[in-house]
Design a protein around this ligand. Structure first.
Ligand SMILES: [Zn+2]
Length: 419
């Protein structure tokens, strides 16, 4: 068995409270997955990740990037280390992306044919080729619980015809991904003996637990900003019968209301008994909104990337006016691509910890937050760490922001369960 998915409760707006059973454990959905690009959620140790959040449950599932790990340290090295879980000492579920998004956004000199993509590494300029088959081979070597079909990400904006051509290529690649996966899924490294058992394995996690279990494969719906193409893409992928479905190609610079519409127009054509995953979103208010619409899984670099830029999320306090737009000036933006911020009345404020007003502020980041950072440290100290470029600043800021995201999802799960 690779995956089973139970929906325990569903709301009128389509939101679902469920549980996703994977080889490395059960994940309560809707779930937010922190991004561990290079087999690390930047600046946060694994034991901390296992505990953050008001309920102490920690991150139940994380994501790693195939493109980055393929280039460094290399998927064959990770296979020899027993797969990604053992390599990074993470015993809970994981997901790897297909590598497609990074090939199209980071790599240089791409040459796309129906066979695959030739590109140069953004690290050293070396030449590489990714095909659907190769993406599957790399993701099987990494051994995440959930892997993604190889897709092309169309540029934004793109014409209807260009988007349709790209979508058709994604469909052909999805079929080839599935074919390769079905023929090779037994090659996952879980069943191999562990040469140097870590604490993780001494505690009883061994190859016997994974006998007969395999990874699962999700298809990715494309179709750009065109509802008719989104529908066609969803229907074609559902015919191919994947374990779950992702909605890709969003949060690439379009207005937030378009993101929301594309999600809504895609969800209606996806099966209700399979997990549904929106890739690369969003702000706390947005992930809550998408979860209420019926999205079961989301991931985003935003909480950790923002943290490293000194941007901290906190709840709006009772009676507090909404000062976000005024407080965050142009010079304080993080200088990287951000998804559009929701125009709906936010319940979240993004604080810039470097502001002078926090220099002697004795309060925690968020008085309502139960995270270990808010229990122990003041805004004044966090500002000092940030201004001094102390590495601990990135760690503490990341822990708080991740706790804030996990708590946001926990609140939505309770709401969807009718609690
Ligand atoms: Zn906190």
């Amino acid at each position: 068995m690779a995956l089973s998915f139970e929906v325990a409760a569903a709301s009128q707006s389509g939101g679902r409270r469920g549980a996703l059973h994977l080889p490395h454990g059960t994940v309560q959905t809707p779930v937010f997955m922190p991004v561990g690009t290079a087999a690390t959620v930047k600046a946060v140790p694994q034991d901390t990740l296992e505990q953050i959040g008001a309920d102490g449950a920690g991150a139940e599932m994380i994501l790693a990037n195939t493109y980055h790990l393929y280039l460094r340290p290399g998927h064959e090295l990770i296979r020899r280390m027993g797969g990604l879980h053992r390599f990074m000492s993470w015993s809970r579920p994981m997901l790897t992306d297909s590598g497609g998004f990074q090939v199209f956004s980071l790599a240089k000199l791409r040459k796309i044919t129906t066979d695959g993509v030739e590109f140069r590494s953004h690290l050293d300029g070396s030449s590489h080729f990714f095909s659907p088959e190769h993406s599957m081979e790399v993701q099987i070597a990494l051994g995440a619980d959930v892997m993604m079909a190889f897709d092309e990400c169309v540029e934004t904006p793109a014409t209807w015809q260009r988007t349709r051509d790209s979508m058709s290529l994604t469909h052909a690649w999805a079929a080839r991904s599935k074919q390769y996966f079905e023929a090779h899924k037994h090659e996952v490294p879980w069943a191999q003996p562990v040469p140097h058992p870590s604490q993780l394995y001494r505690d009883g996690w061994d190859a016997d637990n994974f006998a007969g279990r395999t990874q699962c494969l999700f298809g990715i719906v494309q179709g750009g900003m065109y509802p008719d193409l989104r529908r066609e893409s969803a229907e074609r992928l559902v015919e191919m019968d994947f374990d779950g479905y992702a909605i890709g190609g969003l949060a690439v610079g379009e207005p937030p209301e378009v993101t929301r519409e594309m999600i809504a127009r895609t969800l209606e054509f996806l099966p209700k008994d399979k997990p549904r995953y929106v890739m690369g979103v969003g702000y706390p208010d947005q992930i809550a909104e998408y979860a209420r619409m019926g999205v079961d899984m989301m991931d985003c670099v935003l909480p950790t990337r923002a943290a490293r830029h000194g941007l901290l999320f906190r709840a709006v306090e009772p009676g507090e006016l909404q000062p976000v737009k005024d407080a965050i000036g142009e010079e304080e933006s993080p200088g990287e691509s951000w998804t559009g911020e929701s125009s709906a009345t936010p319940s979240t404020i993004r604080m810039n910890i470097k502001r002078v007003e926090y220099a002697e502020d004795q309060r925690p980041i968020d008085p309502a937050c139960a995270c270990p950072v808010c229990q122990r440290y003041t805004r004044a100290y966090l500002r000092h760490l940030f201004m001094s470029r102390e590495p601990l600043g990135a760690t503490l800021n990341s822990i708080h922001n991740l706790a804030f995201y996990l708590d946001t999802m926990e609140r939505v799960r309770k709401e969807l369960a009718g609690l």
